[in-house]
Ligand binder design. Structure first.
Ligand code: ADP
Ligand code: MG
Length: 616
């Protein structure tokens, strides 16, 4: 047998450049070398499987389609073997020495110029193989092509400018890579370290991966299978594995699309919302894959912030395409993926809400807070999110929820605004002074109980062209319905005089005092005098930002039909000192109803004086 001698080759210029970066830069993601080599092995197996359908005459045709990885902790080597298509001598020279695609060349150029040497994308640019040199001081590739004729070869390089190829006897079909680890990379010869990396990046590779004889990838890439073939239990098992979760998923959305991007997505909503239990803000967890291989476990901006509760996988074949220098970080691509998946998920929720209202309500009780967050800050999806919000309402029983759309469908003729009140609970709102005017006129009011609600309403501003208006707002103008007549009510002049006296007596704490036609059962109510609403003020205080808010000032509306107001008006002349106490207490009462009383202690002494007078 004539043997071809060892032949030495120079790497193409771009590869030399790439190797220089790969070898000499410090990387945090060195571990991705394994992902790249396993991907190549899987690609080679896939090619072989495909080829073997038509070509029956192949070398070593009984070998299992699998990837075998072995570690040698003493020699500090890793061996990665596949029984795929393998490479001929010419292929070794061409595939592992030159770059064909111009896109890959551009990547290398950008990588070389960029301050941040982000090698994570290396595989997407068709140069993943060279990642081996991040951890290995010498790489050997033994290979035997599937062609019947020919022989085996060994490709060797230390990554520095050149490589050698020589014939190697006794090779099986496929490729066997031997990595001699660099001194500072010896921990990769440790099997448990490798298992961890394989689990992280290569769990869904569709061929068995055996590490020192033990299979490591046992879960299927469910997202690429057809929905109709997948059982619920399989979805649940996948969810638990992929999200490292212990619960059952509440919802799942599994879809694929071809345009504008080829995408397969499988996302889950967990049963419970961890942020609700005070575990702090959760991190996004939907992973980005390209053909079953993990690109990034938790990419930023893949989905909007408010979707951080989603788990699962987005896989796009298009990841390596459309590469230009500007899109090296794949911004545009990520934005497109974001748009597609978010749009589909919103549509999914809308359908759930329509078709399975009970399930949606339960979801909403757990995760509604995220939808509110989105509605408040995400302009792009605001309109869609507004449709998904639900609130209690004065026309529905406690615990029942309505949408804005349903509210609008019940609006009275001529009603132009959507009314809402924010307060601690339903009882407080129903019995507070602000609701009275609406009750009198039979107008529906949404009852909101969460601190963020006011913020959400303030940012939404309107729904379907109808303004969202707070029931304790100064702007509120309701149709005139004369309040029920009351005997002995103050007339307009008397009311005016009393209000002037109140303003004078209460001083700086009150902006304006006037007679009210909104009040029915309450003697007084407080309205915002500040730019800031009552709840905004409370929120600021809660966030410890209240120290600069200044003294609280409110407008007062008094009910001229209320016997307490009538009584106070008489008391002004008869017992001016006592009348002052009553006026102060009325103001505090109004502040309590508004949730604005900041310190109740001074009130106690005053109340005692009033009680003393009442018991004399
Ligand atoms: P890509 O995989 O994107 O083509 P790589 O740099 O990872 O880029 O690999 C370069 C080429 O080397 C591959 O396209 C393939 O032709 C060849 N190759 C790499 N690994 C193997 C393998 N295990 N078996 C057969 N061919 C391989
Ligand atoms: Mg590759």
């Amino acid at each position: 047998m004539s043997t071809v001698p060892v032949e030495k080759f120079e790497f193409q210029a771009e590869i030399r450049q790439l190797l220089d970066i790969v070898i000499h830069s410090l990387y945090t993601d060195r571990e991705i070398f394994l992902r790249e080599l396993v991907s190549n092995a899987a690609d080679a197996l896939e090619k072989f499987r495909h080829l073997h359908l038509t070509e029956k005459e192949v070398f070593d045709d009984r070998l299992p389609l699998e990837i075998n990885i072995t570690t040698d902790d003493t020699a500090k080597t890793i061996t990665i073997q596949d029984f795929g298509v393998g490479m001929t001598r010419e292929e070794l020279q061409k595939n592992l020495g030159t770059i064909a695609h111009s896109g890959s060349k551009a990547f290398v150029k950008t990588l070389a110029e960029g301050a941040k040497k982000d090698v994570n994308l290396i595989g997407q640019f068709g140069v993943g193989f060279y990642a081996a040199f991040m951890v290995a001081k010498r790489v050997k590739v033994y290979s035997r092509s599937y062609h019947l004729e020919g022989s085996g070869h060994c490709w060797t390089s230390e990554g520095a400018g050149s490589f050698e190829i020589e014939e190697a006897e006794g090779q099986r079909r496929g490729a066997k890579l031997v990595l001699e680890l660099k001194d500072d990379c010896h921990d990769y010869a440790n099997a448990s370290r490798l298992r961890e990396i394989l689990r992280k990046y290569s769990s869904f590779v569709p061929f068995p991966i055996n590490l020192n004889g033990e299979k490591v990838n046992t879960v299927q890439a469910l997202w690429l299978r057809s929905k109709s073939e997948i059982k619920d239990e399989e979805y649940t098992e996948f969810y638990k594995y992929q999200a490292s979760a212990y619960d059952e998923p509440r919802f799942r959305l599994h879809f694929s699309a071809d345009a504008p991007l080829a995408i397969n997505a499988l996302v889950f909503v967990p049963k419970d919302n961890p942020e609700r239990f005070g575990f702090g803000r959760i991190d996004p967890a939907v992973s980005l894959y390209c053909r079953k291989v993990l690109i990034d476990a938790a990419p930023k901006d893949l989905l909007p912030e408010w979707l951080r509760f989603l788990k699962g996988v987005i896989d796009s074949e298009d990841l390596p395409l459309n590469i230009s220098r500007e899109t090296l970080q794949d911004r545009q691509l990520i934005e497109k993926l974001n748009k597609i998946v978010t749009g589909r998920f919103l549509k999914f929720l809308e359908e759930e809400a329509k078709n399975r209202a009970d399930g949606y309500k339960e979801f909403y009780q757990n995760f509604g807070i995220y939808l509110k967050e989105g509605a408040a800050i995400d302009h792009t999806h605001r309109a869609a999110l507004a449709k998904l919000l639900r609130f209690e309402s004065s026309t529905l029983a406690k615990g029942e929820l309505t949408s804005f759309a349903d509210y609008v469908s019940r609006m009275k003729d001529g009603q132009k605004e959507i009314y809402f009140l924010v307060g601690p609970n339903r009882e407080a709102l129903e019995n507070g002074p602000y609701y009275e005017a609406f009750k009198l006129r039979g107008l529906e009011v949404l009852f909101l109980y969460e601190p963020v609600d006011e913020f959400v309403m303030g940012n939404l501003r309107e729904f379907d062209g109808k303004k969202l208006l707070a029931g304790d707002s100064n702007e509120l103008k309701l149709d005139d319905v004369p309040p029920p007549p009351a005997e002995g009510a103050l007339n307009a002049d008397q009311t005016k005089e009393l209000c002037a006296w109140l303003k004078e007596t209460l001083g700086e704490r009150v902006g304006e005092a006037k007679g009210s036609d909104r009040l029915v059962d309450s003697p007084v109510m407080a309205l915002n005098a500040d730019f800031m609403s009552a709840h905004m003020r409370r929120m600021m205080k809660a966030m410890n930002q209240g120290s600069d808010l200044g003294a609280l000032k409110v407008h007062l509306e008094v009910n001229p039909r209320h016997s307490l107001i009538v009584g106070l008006n008489n008391l002004r002349a008869a017992k001016p000192d006592f009348a002052k106490l009553v006026a102060e207490q009325l103001l505090d009462n109004a502040l309590i109803a508004a949730g604005l009383l900041e310190d109740s202690r001074p009130m106690v002494a005053r109340l005692n004086k009033i009680l003393e007078a009442a018991t004399k």
